[in-house]
Design a protein around this ligand. Structure first.
Ligand code: NAD
Ligand code: AKB
Length: 317
């Protein structure tokens, strides 16, 4: 049997750091190669191999895959919703070409499994707002959402046509304390904790009543590992699975933080990201993931808030 050897592309990002560390626990430090365009994240240093890699450079990527005897690829490099609206061409090019480079190499080198995340950003203003189903009207209005929706169908195509075992999750907004978010609309739900602890005040770029689907990073990592470990026959959705954990508004997360920091205050100054948030569903129906591979989250708003504050307080000394 061929030994698993994993390449994580975009390993220095918000998800990449934690996913790389989690994969190293499961597969062994030396069997998970971290890679990124930017320098190695501090938390990854000394925990396993790292290579500098641009996913847009297909030749370089191909050489690394062969040289390192890679059997699985996790592609996390992307431009997120808010940054994408500032530079639509860059977002489209990276999000599409990066994925196509990986899928092509996976086909040519018969890579066993590929992971590529999609997002709740595939949904648009015409999708149902509450408990948005797996299959529904999907008309995204951001370049990020368009690239994710197109990407889902490329994954499905490479699976159907070439047998590439590529799997995907539509992550909601992810909340974490280990690594910073990278230019999304849901980033406020991370920033708010840092400002609550440091300034006792947060200026929110979304309206107080903007409900969005969110998830704590440990649940996102759990879902990713669970999806990737599930037997092939259990994976019935080959575009991307809806997954959900919690939904809240800025007003609600502020109230949850005030249970720990009573003098915390929040002010609202919506900017261009409000339009993006308004186009997304408020909550997600993840029945398919629950039925197909037993998905179930562990964290709700209060549990996540308590854990975030405890860990950030410890880190800040
Ligand atoms: P991030 O911006 O924090 O990290 C992306 C990483 O990719 C960065 O370290 C960046 O340096 C790297 N990168 C950029 N261009 C590259 C290139 N050309 N070659 C190699 N590396 C490159 O993003 P993230 O939040 O960790 O997101 C990872 C994936 O998950 C993305 O596909 C994103 O769309 C998806 N996702 C994230 C969230 C979230 O809330 N974080 C939600 C839904 C989906
Ligand atoms: C973003 O806000 O762009 C991301 C996402 C939901 O995909 N966090």
């Amino acid at each position: 049997m061929v030994k698993d050897k994993i390449l994580v592309i975009g390993a220095s990002g918000q998800i990449g750091v934690e996913l790389t560390l989690a994969l190293r626990k499961v597969y062994g430090n030396n069997n998970v190669v971290a890679s990124d365009l930017r320098e190695e994240n501090e938390l990854l240093k000394g925990t396993g191999p790292y290579v500098s890699l641009d996913v847009m450079n297909k030749e370089m990527l191909h050489v690394q895959v062969i040289r390192q005897n890679i059997t699985q690829i996790y592609l996390l490099a992307a431009i997120l919703s808010a940054t994408g609206e500032k530079n639509p061409n860059l977002a489209w090019n990276l999000n599409m070409q990066g994925l196509l480079n990986v899928l092509d190499i996976a086909r040519e080198e018969q890579i066993q499994k590929v992971y590529w995340p999609s997002s709740i950003a595939v949904f648009g203003p015409t999708s149902p707002k509450i408990n948005c189903p797996q299959q529904t009207i999907i008309e995204p209005i951001t370049v990020y959402g368009i690239s994710k929706y197109a990407g889902e169908f490329w994954c499905n195509y490479y699976h159907q046509r070439y047998g590439v075992d590529v799997r995907s999750l539509r992550y909601p907004g992810l909340i974490s304390y280990k690594s910073a978010p990278g230019g999304g609309t849901t980033d406020y739900a991370v920033e708010i904790f840092h400002d609550a602890l440091e300034e006792k005040n947060y200026n929110c770029f979304l309206r107080e009543d903007t409900y969005l689907p969110m998830m704590y990073m440990p649940d996102a990592i759990k879902a990713t590992l669970q999806l990737m470990e599930a037997p092939q026959e259990q994976i019935k959705v080959r575009t991307s699975y809806n997954i959900a954990a919690m939904s809240f508004s800025p007003k609600e997360i502020a109230a949850a933080i005030q249970k720990h920091i009573p003098d915390f205050t929040i002010h609202y100054k919506p900017d261009y990201r409000q339009t993006i948030a308004d186009s997304w569903p408020q909550s997600i129906d993840d029945t398919s993931a629950r039925n197909d591979w037993n998905w179930k989250p562990d964290f709700d708003l209060d549990l996540m808030t308590a854990d975030m504050i405890q860990n950030l307080q410890q880190a800040k000394g």
